[in-house]
Design a protein around this ligand. Structure first.
Ligand code: MN
Ligand code: MN
Length: 464
């Protein structure tokens, strides 16, 4: 056997073996300071954008301040112009027209701005045992027990009988009251504790405690609460039928850890990708390619509905832009390239049995590229091609983006999907790219500052 010195072995390892990088090994003080400033802005965005409607409003305000104009179907557009298309207040498209032919394709980043939460039913209000409650139906994949016994805030929109609408936010200001879902005291939880976790709290037990003062000697707590709502918002009970009211955690986003390297917050999935995708398009001036960022709704419930990624709003905009620029829309889509900007599950040493550590994403190793999603043998994935992964990989490496690959857990442990498959079926190249998340879909999720900052750098490089 040939003898190698340890130096030779090290050199060979560097040449032919893969070594994972930690973002902190690549950043100097100046870059760390840029990262912290980016993350402070992100924390503000998170707190102001707890629902898809709020995320659209916050994002439109930022876009307008950067010279983006409202787009209408059929408008004529010219290179260098910046537009946003607000789809019914719940989904947002931003785009900047490139100087080269749009037939060379659009560079698209597609994130979602809806997050798991608890929605009010259409007849939500009732009283029981002297307390008033709202009935709910949860939205997206939640572990129900996590949503009990924490402070909750109410967000949403009510359309009244007269056709006027009113926006409601209660529980975010420090002087506001908050709301609450009861859980069982441990002293009486013998039976509950013996149930599987998913059955310990049922969907019909996720009732929101909203008041307890009776109207009169006969009780009437429900009536007393409705009277308060009528006085404050001018609504009556039947108005709940034409409302979208949701309950979300009342927590504010905070730095986590002695070193402040992490951020805890509600709805990182998927604002942790939506915000860097948005930030990366806001500062674009006169790009070569046409660039688009999509902040979609309804991803957490399967991307349906006219504000979800399956809606033709997406292809309608491409058709309309193509017509205005004298381009063939089929060619535009064929040559378009997309980063499906969504989160992945960060390897968690507290639950390592569900992860395959050689192919998981890790905190602080940068933005994570997910070639395929799906479950049970890649079912439901679009599986990006080697060519497209290679194309994206080259862009990132040239731009100094620290990135990693990640598969969502062990092969047979479960799985999940993103909007990638709905973009791929429009004949567009797409791969998932996002930020690793700890405790995904919990009321308070955790991400790393270094990873979201690398996501921002990744979108900048992809758009360039
Ligand atoms: Mn997501
Ligand atoms: Mn999700």
């Amino acid at each position: 056997m040939k003898e190698y010195t340890s130096d030779e072995v090290k050199k060979m390892k560097d040449e032919v073996l893969f070594t994972a990088r930690n973002v902190y090994d690549t950043m100097d003080e100046a870059e760390i300071s840029k990262m912290n400033s980016f993350c402070s802005d992100y924390i503000c965005y998170l707190d102001a954008s707890k629902t898809e409607r709020e995320a659209v409003n916050t994002s439109v305000a930022l876009a307008k301040s950067k010279g983006f104009k409202e787009y209408k179907f059929g408008m004529s557009v010219r290179p260098g112009e910046k537009f946003y298309f607000n789809n019914r207040g719940k989904e947002l498209f931003l785009f900047v027209i490139g100087s080269e032919s749009i037939e060379n394709g659009i560079r698209i980043s597609a994130a979602h701005i809806d997050s798991p939460r608890i929605d009010l039913k259409q007849h939500p209000l009732y009283e029981s045992a002297g307390m008033a409650f709202f009935k709910t139906h949860y939205y997206g994949g939640i572990k129900k027990y996590q949503w009990t016994a924490i402070p909750l805030a109410l967000h949403g929109t009510v359309m009244k009988a007269d056709g006027s609408t009113i926006d409601i936010v209660v529980g975010e200001d420090d002087n506001d009251p908050v709301f609450y879902i009861d859980d069982l005291l441990p002293h009486l939880a013998g039976n509950q504790n013996s149930k599987p976790l998913r059955d310990a709290v049922s969907g019909e037990q996720l009732n929101i405690l909203i008041g307890s003062v009776p109207l009169c000697k006969d009780g009437e707590t429900k009536l007393a609460v409705m009277k308060l709502l009528h006085e404050k918002y001018g609504i009556v009970e039947s108005d709940f039928m034409s409302a979208e009211l949701s309950v979300v955690p009342a927590f504010k986003a905070r730095e986590v850890g002695f070193d402040r390297s992490l951020i805890g917050g509600y709805g990182h999935d998927d604002r942790v990708c939506a915000y860097p995708a948005l930030a990366a398009i806001l500062d674009i001036n006169e790009p070569l390619h046409t660039v688009m960022a999509i902040l979609a709704d309804k991803e957490e419930v399967g991307s349906g509905g006219n504000t979800g990624m399956k809606s033709s709003a997406f292809t309608d905009i491409i058709s309309s832009l193509s017509a205005s620029l004298g381009a063939n829309e089929h060619t535009v889509r064929y040559n378009s390239k997309c980063l499906s900007a969504d989160v992945n599950a960060a390897f968690d040493p507290n639950f390592e049995d569900v992860y395959e550590s050689r192919n998981s994403s890790f905190i602080n190793r940068g933005v994570v590229m997910t070639k395929y999603t799906g479950s049970g043998g890649k079912s439901g994935t679009s599986d990006a091609s080697a060519e497209f992964v290679g194309y994206v990989r080259n862009i990132f490496d040239k731009a100094g983006v620290v990135w990693q690959t990640g598969e969502l857990g062990k092969v047979d442990a479960g799985g999940g999907g993103t909007v990638a498959v709905y973009i791929a079926e429009k004949n567009i190249d797409v791969v998932d790219l996002g930020v690793p998340v700890i405790s995904m879909h919990a009321p308070y999720e955790v991400i790393s500052k270094a990873d979201i900052y690398m996501a921002y750098k990744a979108f900048l490089a992809f758009n360039a």
